[in-house]
Design a protein around this ligand. Structure first.
Ligand code: FES
Ligand code: FES
Length: 153
C-alpha cells in the first residue's frame, strides 16, 4: 500500500502496510540507518525518533499511528538544541561504540526543548528509556549539562 510519510520536513512516498513498524520503513525501505534496531520491544531506545517533536520508539510505532505527523530522525534533527548537543557530545566524547547514540540524542533534544536547564534528576528521568551497553551514562549526562549551559559554558 502506497502512502506518504512526512519525514524530516519532506513528503516521502512509501510502500508499506499500515501495521508495518515505522522503524522497518525507515531502515528497510528508505535506508535511513541512523535510527537503530536494538530490542524491537520498546526496551532499549535505540530506535527513538520524534513524532511531532515527541520522542517515540519507532520499533513499536505502526505506520497507522503516524498518519500525517511530522517524523524526525537523527538525520533531520535541527535547531539550537540539536546543534548544542552535537557540539557537547563531541567535546565530552560521549560515544563509545556509538550504537545507542542517535537514540540518546533524540531523547536529549526532546528534553532540552521542554526543559532548557535540566537537573540530574530531569536528565535521568528523560533518558531512562535509552540503554547503553557501553555504559556511557555519565558522559551523556555531562554532555547534556554542557549543551544546556550553551557555547560559553
Ligand atoms: S529497538 Fe525500539 S526500543 Fe529497542
Ligand atoms: S555507546 Fe555503545 S551502546 Fe551506547
Amino acid at each position: 500500500m502506497t502512502t506518504t510519510l512526512n519525514l524530516n520536513g519532506q513528503p516521502v512516498a512509501i510502500n508499506a502496510e499500515p501495521d508495518t513498524p515505522l522503524l522497518w520503513v525507515l531502515r528497510g525501505e528508505l535506508q535511513m540507518n541512523g535510527t537503530k534496531f536494538g530490542c524491537g520491544m520498546a526496551l532499549c531506545g535505540a530506535c527513538t525518533v520524534h513524532l511531532n517533536g515527541e520522542p517515540v520508539r519507532a520499533c513499536i510505532t505502526p505506520l497507522s499511528a503516524v498518519g500525517n505527523a511530522q517524523v524526525t530522525t537523527i538525520e533531520g534533527l535541527q535547531g539550537p538544541e540539536a546543534t548544542a548537543l552535537r557540539t557537547a557530545w563531541t567535546a565530552v566524547d560521549a560515544a563509545q561504540c556509538g550504537y545507542c547514540q542517535s537514540g540518546q540524542l533524540m531523547s536529549a533534544c526532546a528534553l532540552l526543548k521542554k526543559t532548557p536547564q535540566p537537573t540530574d534528576a530531569d536528565i535521568d528521568a528523560a533518558m531512562s528509556g535509552n540503554a547503553c551497553r557501553c555504559g556511557t551514562y555519565p558522559r551523556i549526562r555531562a554532555a547534556i549539562h554542557q549543551a544546556a549551559r550553551g557555547p560559553q559554558g
